[in-house]
Ligand binder design. Structure first.
Ligand SMILES: Cc1cc2nc3c(=O)[nH]c(=O)nc-3n(C[C@H](O)[C@H](O)[C@H](O)COP(=O)(O)OP(=O)(O)OC[C@H]3O[C@@H](n4cnc5c(N)ncnc54)[C@H](O)[C@@H]3O)c2cc1C
Length: 352
């Protein structure tokens, strides 16, 4: 799922054609049916109206959008199944331009998607506002209670049942698919998962504590702020307010959700660990960070361990080499990048 925009063209009114969407593991959208049916449930053929009920800032450029099915139509089985073993996305429409982009739903806050048929689960999307980006800018400007139209689900990749260990290299909003997989792995007895999450700026993951007892950046920041105040060099009020409004008890919203995921994972699995890397702090994921995790745990049956790489194109290329286009579909291409030069000890690699 390289973050290549899926662009919808409009050959004639009412007929949208999706181009450039990731089509791995059975992503099943291509040609859409005319949007004449008023579907009440999320479906891959036509857009279903949702209401934007909440927009929770994560940082100065990203927010979690909570969308509620306007008609309360039940979630399709594909969504319920998707939560168990897939990375999946939905398309969001920009109605004025008749274009759409893919976004990856975050797990429900309870991390236990509904099994009953009582009604649809709210869909939560982590959306970064791209400078000059057509759809993300449009969405960030929408006030609460606006209508947002969704189509899907689209399966990006399925995690086979025998996968027991996952190393997930996530860049920026690539944390959304990592969280999908983390909640699916939390149900797999004796599984283990490591997330290595890289961000350009600390504001995306304030208070993220590296497992293994590293000092938290929240504490470091707290001490720096204290000294700055003593020396009269405090942050300007607006910047201070921004940081405060994005955190609770010194932790960003995604860091808190990852903490909850870690707790939930303890029940049945060998654990979920999360490591935070921040460019502006000169902390980058190193090959050694991956290599160390390749050898944790017992030797498992071949094919039970996978490294997933998700994020901006440059991030995927750096770690695993370029994906390619073949016959209008995006395919894995050969393994390159840093992982291509490492002894992976039987782990397979999948580029998202
Ligand atoms: C399967 C999948 C899942 C995804 N999940 C998420 C997710 O969970 N969260 C998320 O935030 N994103 C996600 N994305 C990315 C998302 O789909 C969009 O690509 C992203 O939001 C940018 O779309 P946009 O319309 O705002 O920007 P676009 O209009 O597509 O522009 C993107 C960037 O290119 C620049 N640009 C556009 N046109 C030109 C040009 N002619 N010349 C030079 N520069 C140009 C823009 O300024 C902008 O910076 C996902 C993508 C895929 C394929």
């Amino acid at each position: 799922m390289s973050w290549i925009p899926s662009i919808l063209l409009r050959p004639r009114p009412g007929l949208l054609i999706a181009l450039g969407s990731s089509a791995l593991g059975g992503a099943a959208y291509g040609f859409s049916k005319p949007n004449s049916r008023s579907d009440t449930s999320l479906n891959p053929h036509s857009f279903t109206p949702y209401t934007l009920v909440d927009k929770q800032p994560v940082s100065s450029t990203s927010a979690i959008f909570t969308l509620r099915n306007r008609y309360g139509g039940p979630d399709p089985d594909s969504v319920k199944e998707g939560w168990k073993r897939s990375i999946w996305s939905v398309q969001v429409k920009q109605p004025q331009l008749q274009i759409a982009r893919a976004y990856t739903p975050l797990p429900p806050p309870s991390f236990m998607p509904r099994e009953d048929n009582e009604g649809p689960e709210d869909i939560r999307l982590l959306i970064r506002e791209e400078e000059g980006g057509e759809v993300s800018t449009y969405l960030h400007r929408l006030p609460e209670q606006s209508t947002v139209e969704l189509r899907g689900p689209n399966t990006e990749c399925e995690l086979p049942h025998n996968i027991k260990e996952v190393i997930f290299l996530a860049g920026g909003t690539g944390i959304a698919p990592a969280m999908q997989i983390a909640q699916a792995m939390a149900r797999r007895t004796d599984s283990r998962m490591h997330i290595l999450w890289a961000n350009r700026r600390r504001e995306e993951c304030i208070g993220g504590t590296n497992d293994g007892g590293e000092i938290t950046n929240a504490i470091v920041q707290g001490r720096l702020d204290w000294w700055k105040n003593i020396l009269g060099l405090g942050q300007p009020a607006t910047e201070q307010t921004l940081v405060e409004s994005h955190t609770t008890q010194g932790k960003g919203v995604l860091v808190q959700e990852l903490d909850v995921l870690k707790e939930k994972s303890k029940a049945h699995t060998k654990g979920l660990s999360v490591q935070y890397f921040v460019d502006e702090e000169k902390k980058f994921i190193q090959p050694g960070d991956v290599a160390r995790r390749l050898h944790i745990g017992e030797p498992e049956a071949k094919g039970s361990k996978v490294i997933l790489v998700s994020g901006p194109d440059g991030f995927i290329e750096h770690w695993a080499g370029k994906k390619h286009w073949e016959g209008g579909r995006e395919v894995q291409g050969s393994l390159g990048g840093v992982l291509g030069q490492m002894d992976l000890n039987g782990w397979s690699v999948f580029k998202l």
